[in-house]
Design a protein. Structure first.
Length: 196
C-alpha cells in the first residue's frame, strides 16, 4: 500500500523558511533547488482515457499479444538449415535410417544429463558412428503457479542448445526431431561429422 505524499501546511512552510534563512549553506557554490518542489508547481499528468462500456456476456477482443515471444524448440530445430546430404536427410526424417546408438536422458536432472550427453557424443565420434538418437522425453505437464510461464520438457529444450555449444558443436552436423517410431517429439536425431 502506498501512502499519499504529505504536503506542508502554510504555518509549517513559514516555519521552515525562517529556519532556512538562519542557516549557512554547506556548499555555497552549489545552485539552490528550484521552487518546483512545491506540489502546485509540478506538471500535471494527462488524464487517462475513459474505459469503454462493457455489458455482462459481451465477447471480449484480445488486445494483448501472446506472452511466448521466443519460438518453440520445434520451430527452432526445424528452421535450422540442412547441412548434410539432402537425400540422406530426407531418409532420416522419415525414419528409414536406423540410429547406431542411443542415449536415454529420461529422469535425469540438467546437471546429470549434460555430462552424460557430452560423454555419449564424444564416444560416438571416437567409435565412428554417424547417426545417434538422444531421447529426452516430452516432459510432464504440471500446474503452473507462478506468473512466469514454464516450458514443458526442460531437457527437450536444453539438449539442442548443448549440442550447438563446444565441445559438441564441432562434431554435430545436423539435429532434427526423430520420426514417430524412434520417439517423435521426445527424441532427436543427431547426425555426426566424420572423424578426421
Amino acid at each position: 500500500m502506498t501512502r499519499k505524499p504529505r504536503h506542508l501546511s502554510p504555518e509549517e512552510r513559514a516555519l521552515w523558511d525562517r529556519v532556512a534563512e538562519r542557516t549557512t549553506p554547506l556548499h555555497p557554490t552549489r545552485p539552490e533547488l528550484p521552487e518546483a518542489l512545491d506540489p502546485s508547481a509540478r506538471p500535471k499528468t494527462p488524464p487517462k482515457p475513459p474505459l469503454k462500456r462493457f455489458k455482462v456476456g459481451q465477447a471480449v477482443t484480445a488486445t494483448t499479444p501472446p506472452h511466448d515471444l521466443s519460438p518453440s524448440i520445434e520451430d527452432d530445430v526445424a528452421k535450422s538449415p540442412v547441412a548434410m546430404d539432402k537425400k540422406r536427410f530426407g531418409k532420416m526424417k522419415k525414419g528409414k535410417l536406423t540410429p547406431e546408438a542411443r542415449i536415454d536422458l529420461h529422469g535425469l536432472t540438467l546437471a546429470q544429463a549434460h555430462p552424460a550427453l557430452v560423454r555419449f557424443v564424444l564416444e560416438s565420434v571416437a567409435d565412428g558412428r554417424r547417426l545417434v538418437l538422444v531421447i529426452t522425453g516430452k516432459g510432464k505437464a504440471r500446474e503452473s503457479t507462478g506468473p512466469i510461464p514454464e516450458r514443458l520438457g526442460v531437457l527437450r529444450h536444453q539438449v539442442p542448445h548443448w549440442l550447438n555449444l563446444p565441445p559438441l558443436s564441432s562434431h554435430v552436423l545436423q539435429i532434427t526431431e526423430s520420426h514417430l517410431k524412434h520417439g517423435g517429439r521426445g527424441a532427436y536425431y543427431v547426425y555426426l561429422r566424420r572423424a578426421r
